[in-house]
Design a protein around this ligand. Structure first.
Ligand code: SIN
Length: 295
């Protein structure tokens, strides 16, 4: 939890307005100008909405990279992507760009960010600069709801399992290497992770530090259940992933320039929909470091 923030139960918001986007998760927040420094009270309300709704959205924000970074630092330390280069002037900001002729869209698989790291990303922010006329939405899945809906038998089975997660996965769709995939994303720059750890083992069910709730914790970085053969592990993970993708656990956000989202990687998966061939989409992404290893 960021310093100075205290969560509450059953108290109305005093400054912001919160409008739910779907039954499962997601809310649009209004009454905030993110270009201005936020008082502790206002930031506390935004954090409360984030914890309650798991992914929050703002519309019509006009912020400079400096203002964006100042806002991001309220949430924790900035995480640098081990495989992708940030902006030259602001390396903490990763530009996700898909041009009219590109074929590959960053984030086009169900995942939770940086699951390959020993302390995976806490939350991720995405700010839209250019959006397609149609398409390019992002979907989010509620991993608390997916866990809660499992049978008691399945909860008992998955409760003690841990999984291997790797950053150098091949794509869930096309089995291509990272370099091959990014040949279809002309504006995105790869980098060598050096000695940054990009393989980690995490529990398949994690407990959220802010809420104490349990969530299924897996995604396209998840490769295998510890102690299982790949053949044994694959159908279990595939069945759980299919369960997570049930429409009852999902919300979908339609971007416009100036939209900004913040999602909680500890209890959400997300999926960038690649359905806007021939159109351009440009977003600025900042990821906030996780404070603890999942437990
Ligand atoms: C991501 O996975 O961080 C990208 C999401 C998006 O571009 O919609």
């Amino acid at each position: 939890m960021p310093e100075g923030v205290q969560l509450w139960n059953h108290r109305p918001y005093e400054t912001i307005e919160v409008k739910r986007l779907a039954g499962a998760l997601g809310a649009e927040i209004s009454g905030v100008d993110l270009s201005e420094p936020l008082t502790d009270g206002l930031f506390g309300e935004i954090y409360q909405a984030f914890v309650e709704h798991h992914v929050i959205f703002f519309r019509d924000q006009e912020i400079t990279p400096e203002q964006y970074l100042a806002f991001a630092k309220r949430w924790g330390g900035i995480h640098l992507h081990p495989f992708m280069k940030g902006l030259d002037d602001h390396p903490e900001i990763l530009e996700l760009i898909k041009t009219e002729t590109d074929t590959y869209a960053f984030g086009n698989s169900w995942h939770s960010d940086q699951m390959f790291a020993p302390k995976p990303a806490k939350c991720t922010m995405l700010y839209a600069l250019e959006t397609p006329e149609t398409g390019g939405d992002t979907q989010f899945a509620n991993l608390y709801a997916a866990y809660d809906a499992l049978s008691d038998g399945m909860k008992a089975m998955v409760g003690g399992l841990r999984c291997h997660n790797g950053g150098d996965r091949t794509s869930a769709h096309d089995r291509k290497s990272r370099a091959e995939r990014y040949s279809g994303a002309s504006g995105m720059k790869l980098k060598d992770p050096g000695d940054v750890q990009t393989e980690s083992i995490h529990p398949l069910v994690r407990t959220h530090v802010d809420t104490g709730r349990k969530a299924l914790y897996m995604g396209s970085h998840t490769q295998c259940i510890e102690g299982f053969t790949p053949e044994e592990s694959k159908p279990i993970l595939a069945q759980l992933q299919k369960h997570i993708e049930r429409p009852e656990f999902i919300c979908r956000f339609n971007w416009a320039p100036g939209s900004l989202a913040i999602w909680d990687n500890r209890c959400c998966q997300h999926y960038a929909i690649n359905d806007y061939a021939g159109q351009r989409r440009r977003m600025h992404r900042i990821t906030i470091m996780g404070e603890d290893a999942p437990f």
